[in-house]
Design a binder for this molecule. Structure first.
Ligand code: ZN
Length: 166
């Protein structure tokens, strides 16, 4: 079973989750537990009913807990993970970097949560690229396209990854 690394633990501890809004209507107090379950799971069977959906986002509509979650995801992707955990975290990063503020967040002035997540994800471009494998490379390349300020780099890596497969 993969362990929660010191880096991930530090990123989880760095944020006051109980002061952040979560999509389930509670505070985001329980989001670190979701991270722990997914990061330590070897397969979906070990993380049954455990998902970030309805917490960080609902159908791509983001809640403020999604922003610090991006830093935790990047810290986790930088370390050892099961293939299952790597795929779940990559896909979660994909969803939040493609997302937009939920209307309830818009109503209280957090209108740019999608951009906030993209900005955070930009700190981890090399983590995202080094994490790309055969099963998640499309996910990683999409994220790169959305966050990279370099307009030609995403296309360069897309063609490089496609060549690798050929
Ligand atoms: Zn929640």
């Amino acid at each position: 079973m993969a362990r929660v690394s010191k880096l991930v633990r530090a990123e989880l501890d760095r944020h006051d989750w109980s002061n952040l809004r979560c999509g389930c209507g509670e505070t985001a107090d329980h989001v670190p537990e979701i991270f722990t379950t997914i990061i330590t799971a070897e397969s979906a069977a070990e993380a049954i009913n455990c998902t970030f959906a309805s917490h960080l986002e609902i159908e791509g509509n983001l809640f403020e807990a999604a922003v610090p979650a991006v830093s935790v995801i990047l810290a986790a992707l930088a370390g050892d993970l099961s293939e299952y955990a790597r795929d779940v975290l990559s896909m979660t990063l994909w969803v939040v970097t493609a997302g937009e503020s939920h209307h309830s967040e818009m109503a209280i002035g957090r209108t740019r949560l999608g951009e906030e997540c993209q900005l955070k994800a930009r700190e981890g471009i090399w983590v995202i690229l080094s994490n790309a494998n055969d099963s998640n490379k499309e996910t990683c390349l999409d994220i790169l396209e959305w966050i990279d300020l370099d307009e030609v780099r995403p296309q360069y890596y897309r063609s490089k990854f496609e060549k690798r497969r050929a």
